[in-house]
Design a protein. Structure first.
Ligand SMILES: *[C@@H]1O[C@H](CO)[C@@H](O)[C@H](O)[C@H]1NC(C)=O
Ligand SMILES: *[C@@H]1O[C@H](CO)[C@@H](O)[C@H](O)[C@H]1NC(C)=O
Ligand SMILES: *[C@@H]1O[C@H](CO)[C@@H](O)[C@H](O)[C@H]1NC(C)=O
Length: 172
């Protein structure tokens, strides 16, 4: 028993040093990843994925409205292209002068090589044109992620928006 106890003590004493490599503390390699996929937001009809849930006007987008969505993430702009996950988040109409948005989204991968991982972004979507948002973190393969996204609407109709998202990531 005493022998086991002292072995245990030696292991405890060695533990802090065994996680460092011979030359000192192990340095993690930062990886650069570029991913592109498509966000399919359905704003009306039986398969709606995006809803105005609070605010001064629940039928059109005005200052103060809060939108919640659970949109499909697909490999391509075609609505029948492969589903790779969901984009779950909120948009807040946060400008009194135009329809620009304060946006927070979790991208949740459910298929393929990123299955089980997430990426979180936060930022501003201007009323028109390209949006650049900040990657504020991630989980799984994207732990400690930082970077930015560039997104553009590639197809807009009265029922849906299809948005191309380019992710530029640094992560471990
Ligand atoms: C809604 O989704 C169902 C199941 O995927 C599909 O069969 C139907 O065609 C869709 N309806 C519309 C209007 O897109
Ligand atoms: C994705 O991951 C979940 C949880 O780990 C697993 O149950 C599921 O089978 C995976 N799906 C694919 C398509 O790999
Ligand atoms: C936009 O989507 C509609 C319906 O899916 C399709 O008919 C049209 O060709 C698309 N337009 C572009 C520019 O992709």
């Amino acid at each position: 028993m005493a022998m086991l106890d002292s072995l245990y003590l030696i292991c405890l004493l060695l533990l802090p040093f065994s996680s460092a490599s011979a030359g000192g503390i192990r340095k993690l390699e930062e990886k650069q990843t570029h991913i592109k996929f498509y966000f399919h937001e359905i704003i009306s009809g039986p398969n709606e994925t995006s809803f105005i849930v609070a605010g001064p006007d629940l039928t059109s987008h005005v200052f103060g409205d809060i939108v919640i969505f659970d949109n499909a993430l697909r490999e391509g702009p075609d609505p029948s292209s492969k589903l790779i996950g969901r984009a779950q988040g909120t948009s807040i109409l946060a400008s009194q002068s135009d329809s620009s948005i304060l946006s927070a989204i979790n991208f949740v991968f459910t298929q393929g090589r990123y299955n089980g991982s997430t990426i979180t972004i936060f930022g501003r979507v201007p009323a028109s044109g390209t949006a650049e948002r900040t990657v504020i973190g991630g989980s799984g393969l994207f732990r400690m992620a930082r970077g930015y996204t560039i997104s553009n609407v590639v197809n807009a109709s009265s029922d849906s928006y299809i948005i191309e998202f380019n992710f530029h990531l640094l992560h471990y």
